[in-house]
Design a protein around this ligand. Structure first.
Ligand code: GLN
Length: 540
């Protein structure tokens, strides 16, 4: 293990959905701006091996890493806020811990011992932290523990952290507890008791937090800071306010900087680091809050009512908007409503239409109608993964006249399977982790919109799908005007389709939203927002 690596553990108390992931990611931003090499990871106490099999209703978006790991959406925040690249080692679940322990037991690796939560499961967790340490040359590894203190599920992880702190030395570990300070309007008061109780619970299992980060709607006055410090046994300066931000999550690092969280952590860990230069970040945030222009972009999906189902797409639109000094007004459209009412009324005022990824046939006919509307009315269109497949189906049906063309995912007996299963997917009977997953290289053809946007002939993008553009239809679709502008380097699978005779019409089989970063928007998103903005301006 590297002698110099320092560890920050972020736990949460009082309630879930506190913004613990954002607190961890924001701390990562600040430490990175202090010139440190930061890695962030998440331990999730649930029993799923990974969130890949969970519904968006349960868990929001599944975030895909370069190595193909299907992970918690907080890893998206981590990669975006610190511009780091996570790996499958960086999202450990109880499911993985137990799977490994049981596999070891069946393989006879415990040499006849009774296999127990402690030490076998806790060892598994500690070993993971050591593995991550060895695999990266990080100055600091931030580990967020999912769930809330007091949950039975999380106990094993907290016990492992307690042991780990002892093993690496307390000077090398900083424990941060993120809690909620509820505001009782009738009394006009912030309440600190739940925080005190949550910290008491942590202390019961031997963890004394070094810093308390308090989520609060209102400013934290000195009296309350003193009270929390006294009851939670931390220094008063280590009680940090994490206020509700008014406009965008990218304000969070700036808010945490007010109480100098990054400096407190650096001091505790004895890290030598510089005062962070946040000017570019501030400029980025300012562009989000006070842009010159606006444009309306519809996202036509089936999980539209969920805040988190298309998280990375929404973030990518924000990054691209900031780049073009433009506010992207999201118009969330339920695909099923379009199937019932048609596209015209619902989409008449939007300047761009985006169809996100998805699984299963609910909503697909509505998405096809929305795509046809975008194609025929020359509205900038961007289809992602399923959205690209939808664009292909729509073109096959309505331009090539291939009646009932479809994906075999939605209609097994379609006469024109323009999207179909790849050979290696056909015999699969299980669900977890066996799609086409992770980063792969594609070749972009010269003279295409894709080439103009990327400015490169070779790109690397992340995937998560089973079905593919059926090469048997490529010639027919291309000769009618659906141009293939990129193919996978290894197998020649169609990666990007576009229509030349259109202001902006692109479908990507991969997920560009996983590569967009603040101040580094993804080129297709940047092009799409630019085209939507020109569309807005042309109407003015
Ligand atoms: N359901 C489609 C497939 O599996 C698209 C997947 C997606 O949009 N991520 O190919």
């Amino acid at each position: 293990m590297s002698k110099t690596t320092k560890y920050i553990f972020v736990t949460g108390g009082v309630v879930s959905s506190l913004g613990k992931g954002l607190a961890a990611a924001s701390l990562g931003t600040l430490l990175k701006h202090r010139g440190l090499k930061v890695l962030i990871q998440k331990f999730d106490p649930y029993l799923n091996v990974d969130p890949g099999t969970m519904s968006p209703f349960q868990h929001g978006e599944v975030y895909v890493l370069a190595d193909g790991a299907e992970t918690d959406l907080d890893l998206g925040h981590y990669e975006r806020f610190t511009d780091c690249e996570c790996s499958r080692l960086n999202n450990l679940t109880s499911g993985q811990v137990f799977e490994n322990v049981i596999n070891n037991e069946r393989a006879g690796k415990y040499l006849g011992k009774t296999v127990q939560f402690i030490p076998h499961c806790t060892d598994e967790i500690k070993n993971r932290i050591r593995k991550v340490t060895d695999a990266h040359d990080a100055d600091v590894i931030i580990t967020e523990i999912g769930g809330t203190t007091g949950d039975i599920e999380g106990h094993l992880f907290l016990e492992a952290l307690r042991q780990f702190s002892l093993e690496v030395g307390r000077d090398n570990v900083c424990s941060i507890h993120v809690t909620l300070l509820p505001y009782i309007a009738a009394a006009g008061e912030i309440k600190t008791k739940p925080t005190q109780q949550s910290v008491a619970k942590l202390r019961e299992i031997g963890i004394q937090p070094d810093i308390i980060v308090c989520r609060t709607e209102h400013d934290l006055d000195e009296d309350n800071r003193a009270k929390i410090a006294m009851f939670c046994n931390v220094e008063k300066k280590n009680v940090v306010a994490f206020r509700d931000v008014a406009h965008t999550i990218y304000e969070c690092p700036l808010d945490l900087r007010r109480d100098k969280l990054d400096r407190l952590v650096s001091d505790k860990l004895g890290l030598e680091s510089a005062t962070p230069d946040l000017e570019k970040w501030r400029h980025f945030v300012d562009r989000i809050i006070n842009p010159t222009y606006e444009t309306n972009i519809a996202v036509v999906g089936k999980y539209i009512e969920l805040q988190d189902a298309y998280k990375s797409i929404y973030e990518s639109l924000t990054h691209a908007g900031a780049h073009h000094d433009t506010r992207v007004n999201l118009v969330r459209v339920d695909a099923e409503q379009i199937a019932e009412e048609g596209a015209t009324n619902i989409l008449k005022d939007v300047d761009g239409i985006l169809i996100p990824g998805g699984f299963g046939d609910r909503g697909t006919e509505g998405k096809i109608i929305a795509t046809q509307f975008a194609r025929q009315n020359k509205i900038p269109f961007f289809g992602i993964c399923l959205g690209m497949q939808i664009a292909t189906i729509e073109f096959a049906r309505n331009v090539c006249g291939l009646e009932n063309a479809n994906s075999t995912e939605f209609d097994k007996s379609t006469p024109h399977p323009v999207i179909s299963l790849q050979e290696e997917q056909k015999g699969l009977t299980t669900m977890g982790g066996n799609m086409r997953l992770g980063a792969s290289i594609a070749t972009i053809f010269l003279g295409t919109k894709a080439h103009e946007l990327y400015g490169a002939e070779t790109i690397t993008e992340r995937h998560r799908h089973r079905y593919e553009f059926n090469p048997a239809y490529r010639e027919q679709l291309e000769s009618s005007g659906l141009k293939v502008s990129g193919v996978s380097a290894e197998q020649g699978l169609v990666e990007i389709v576009e229509i030349a005779d259109h202001p902006f019409f692109i479908g990507a089989q991969f997920h560009p939203e996983f590569l967009s970063r603040p101040n580094k928007p993804h080129p297709i998103f940047a092009g799409f927002v630019e085209a939507s903005l020109s569309n807005t301006k042309s109407k003015a």
